[in-house]
Ligand binder design. Structure first.
Ligand code: CUA
Length: 155
């Protein structure tokens, strides 16, 4: 069977595009450090409030300048709604939800996670400047979605 010249050219083009896409993906994940927040474990949605560390949401010191920040998302609020953290500290955000998919984004930062029932999301961040930061749910989660926000006070 003879393959037409144009057909051959398009097949080659397809191959080139595939390689470029793979290269862009590798560049984004490896070189730029962009990745999905780690799926750091699984949790039974019905037992979130009784499973450590989610049985005690909030800020917990784990080292000299290190804190776990445990958050639960729920329609339509975060637990806790307001947290205080020291400026410059290493914050390990550990979050989940038990009802529907929520977002966890801290305005003006790269902190951006998806909260999925049954999964634990983790992300580490350090605030360089003191101030008040808004936490918003940026995944549509129903009628009260726009009321789902919290506050981080960095001091
Ligand atoms: Cu929770 Cu939108």
């Amino acid at each position: 069977m003879k393959v037409h010249t144009y057909e051959r050219a398009f097949m080659a083009l397809g191959g080139v595009l595939l390689v470029l896409c793979m290269a862009a993906l590798v560049y984004a994940t490896v070189a730029m450090g962009i990745h999905l927040p780690g799926r750091a474990g699984e949790i039974e949605p019905g037992k979130v409030f009784t499973t450590p560390p989610f049985d005690n949401p909030g800020v917990h010191q784990t080292g000299p300048n290190q804190y776990d920040v445990v958050i639960i998302g729920q329609a339509w609020r975060f637990h806790p709604t307001e947290i205080r953290v020291p400026v410059g500290a290493e914050l390990n955000f550990i979050a989940t939800t038990f009802d529907v998919i929520h977002g966890f984004h801290i305005e003006g930062t790269r902190v951006n996670m998806m909260l999925i029932p049954g999964q634990i999301s983790r992300l580490t961040y350090r605030f360089r400047k003191p101030g008040e930061y808004l936490i918003i749910c940026h995944e549509y989660c129903g009628a009260g979605h726009h009321n789902m926000y919290g506050k981080i006070i960095v001091e």
